[in-house]
Design a protein. Sequence first.
Length: 292
Amino acid sequence: MQCLPSAADAAGRLAARLGISLHAIAVHRFPDEELRVTVGPASETMIVYASLHQPNDKVLALLFASEALRRGGAKRLVLVAPYLCYMRQDTAFHEGEAVSQKVIGKVLAQAFDRVVTVDAHLHRTANIRDVFPGSEADDLSAMPAVAKALRAGLDRQTVVVGPDEESRPWVSDLAVKLGLDFAVAHKSRRGDRAVEITFPDLARLANRPALLVDDIVSSGATLSACAKALQAGGATSIDAVITHALFPPELVGALFAAGIRSVKSTDSVPHPTNAIALDGVLAEALRKECGA
């Protein structure tokens, strides 16, 4: 396995679980911001690990790495990107906008034979395979890892809460795995950082602990608004679990100020809130690549 430098910790855990070696891809930045990428020795099947938050340089580095690995003898390249960038813009919302999902999908499909990600931010795209024409693709769920990490010590009165209708699939899945009730809020967005949250049946949440679950948090606005609505409705405590923690670490204080008692995220993106490892979920999907 090879990885971009920013992913060394999580890639190391995955490589250890799979029983394979890990080599960090070297990325050198010239004074004019161009990149030089140097890979390690290539095997016939090569797994490349890179979480694609802050993605622009990383995508370019992956393309360069793909070229070098192919030339070095790799016949099959598998990209493991626990967080997959540019999935939000899956249509042109305004005249002249680029559909970035289509662009990034085609680019990565040309470089890699298989793409493995976790809880991709898909709205109008029915299947992750539609994003990567001609390549294999898997969109794994983080919920088995989340359920395993949270199961011990949970109050059985806890309600698993999703901040919007889009969260219903993973919120209901986690609730079933934990044997808990769930509820989904209604969200009205007024801008990137302004949202309004309401609950159709707020009385059902009163005097019970709430476990807020979201796939991506980039500004914290939705999570904060949801926490405030839960507080107003009488939730006895509010904890949050996030699959992809994209928000600046200094915003954790704002989440606490909004009434959230604890914040845990998966290690899909390196973050101080990381508390749930995805190596088990990823390893299960990758064993056939390692001959297991």
